[in-house]
Design a protein around this ligand. Structure first.
Ligand SMILES: [Cu+2]
Length: 160
């Protein structure tokens, strides 16, 4: 194999990987895996939405420090926690992901607040999102807008 062939083989393998990750809807930035970025649809006139994803870190401790999207004026990193019996949401500077740790941004916990949405989020929409990590740098992922899945457990609890 001459170097030209090797280059072609590498390009082919890279394409195959890209196709695979598109199906799985996950992304990789250095040692950080970004799994399944998604958001819920928003109502007409609602200018704020929330984005969720999973961060798994196999490398040195890192921090998600910023996010931005062409679909929103600004994207803030928020946490949610119970204070007494009230759910409080507040902006945080960063989400730390220790070595070997997986941090899930999910309803009721950390999330990305999409502020100043230009149009409501509709099921099936795909929104670009740039994530910035302190050490790993930046990566662009796609947020998919999905209908909330019915929770079988919640349904069982609510049926009398
Ligand atoms: Cu929030």
């Amino acid at each position: 194999m001459n170097s030209q062939h090797i280059k072609k083989a590498i390009a082919g393998a890279t394409l195959a990987l890209a196709a695979l990750s598109a199906v799985a809807h996950s992304y990789k930035l250095g040692e950080i895996d970004i799994g399944h970025p998604y958001a819920r649809p928003t109502r007409e006139g609602q200018t704020v939405g929330a984005g969720y994803l999973k961060l798994a870190n196999k490398g040195p401790v890192d921090r998600l420090v910023a996010a931005s999207s062409a679909a929103a004026g600004t994207v803030e990193i928020h946490s949610m926690s119970m204070e007494g019996d009230v759910m409080k949401m507040r902006q945080v500077d960063a989400v730390e992901i220790a070595t070997g740790q997986t941090v899930e941004l999910k309803p009721g916990g950390y999330h990305l607040m999409l502020m100043g949405l230009k149009t409501p989020l509709k099921v099936g929409d795909q929104i670009p999102l740039t994530l910035k990590f302190e050490k790993a740098g930046e990566v662009v992922v796609t947020i998919k807008v999905e209908e909330p899945k019915p929770q079988p457990d919640a349904a069982a609890v609510h049926s009398h």
